[in-house]
Design a protein around this ligand. Structure first.
Ligand code: 3EB
Length: 315
């Protein structure tokens, strides 16, 4: 499907396509710089029940209705300048969403070229985390109220950092995973500054509720489990997802379950793991669940697979 023809529909807030270096000339076109391996849709369309406006400003492309703002930013991020560029990108994002009146980021996607390049604290992902943390510490509650997020590595994307984000007037509810040390509390061995994201966020909209599930990997406590074994890592990811979903249930809220899953994205470091992962997920998920398999590097070198999801529950 040509992503562009979808943009003729004025109810479209955003169209996500998997393409590197594509002309993102429409503010509502969000190109994800990863190879699409297999799955339900090569294009994801986000529709709005409310009138949509869109524009470009300060280097951002954006679309919004009265409730939510969807925005994109692309900056060059040479390895030597990764920390400074991440700092600058996050500072700009917060300036922008504040100015637009949607100061609370709910969900962020970070596509980081050559994410695992560099050794030790000089690895691009770790430098990115330092820059992000420096920007967020300048904000009130910037290190405590954290969006759901994904950080995935692209290749041959001219050293760029591409960020897509969803922001709103209120922050929603933060979810952490009791099986995992919160990322913002990871110990020193994973970098000078901890990754600042939450495991998920819940947002109650007028007609429905959303759960934005962060990139979820085979991390238990703070450690990677099953290095080298993609199938076992996937099982561990699924246990983490199950636990996060259970954590969304409270006295006031029945919470989210697998039946509410509306989009699952699966990131694979190695294309050779596709058949194994697909077979496991086909056996686990209802047939009609939209699933996309993407080729992308996970932020820790020993992680082979990561899952993220959007869950929607009627009010
Ligand atoms: C992890 O659990 C896996 O740095 O924004 C997942 C989602 C991961 C988001 C981020 C990192 C990020 O630590 C890595």
């Amino acid at each position: 499907m040509a992503a562009k023809s979808v943009l003729d529909d004025s109810s479209v807030l955003g169209v996500f396509q998997f393409a590197q270096g594509a002309a993102d000339d429409d503010a509502r076109l969000f190109s994800i710089p990863l190879e699409f391996l297999e799955g339900t849709g090569r294009v994801d369309v986000l529709h709005s029940a409310l009138p949509v406006e869109h524009g470009t400003q300060d280097g951002f492309g954006y679309a919004f209705n009265t409730k939510v703002l969807l925005a994109k930013l692309r900056v060059e991020m040479p390895a030597a300048g990764a920390e400074a560029q991440a700092y600058e990108a996050y500072r700009r994002i917060h300036d922008f969403i504040n100015a637009q009146g949607y100061p609370h980021p709910l969900r962020l996607w970070n596509y980081i070229d050559d994410i695992n390049r560099g050794e030790g604290d000089d690895e691009i992902y770790k430098l990115f985390c330092v820059g992000r943390a420096r920007a967020l510490q300048e904000l009130e509650n910037g290190e405590e109220v954290l969006p759901a997020a994904t950080a995935i590595g692209s290749h041959d994307n001219d050293g760029a950092l591409v960020i897509h984000l969803l922001a709103a007037h209120s922050p929603g509810i933060q979810i952490e995973n009791p099986r995992q040390v919160s990322a913002f509390q990871y110990p020193r061995q994973y970098g000078i500054r901890s990754p600042l994201f939450s495991r998920a966020r819940v947002m109650h909209w007028p007609g429905n509720s959303h759960l934005y599930l962060s990139g979820t990997a085979s991390v238990v406590g703070h450690e990677t489990l099953h290095a080298g074994d993609c199938r076992a890592q996937l099982q561990e990811c699924l246990r983490n997802v199950d636990t996060i979903l259970k954590t969304t249930a409270t006295d006031q809220d029945a919470g989210f379950t697998h039946e509410h899953l509306r989009l699952l994205r699966v990131y694979l470091r190695n294309r050779g793991d596709l058949d194994t992962v697909k077979a496991c997920l086909d056996a686990r998920l209802p047939k009609e669940t939209p699933v996309e398999y993407l080729l992308g590097d996970i932020c820790r070198q020993d992680l082979l697979v990561e899952l993220e999801g959007l869950y929607i529950r009627p009010a």
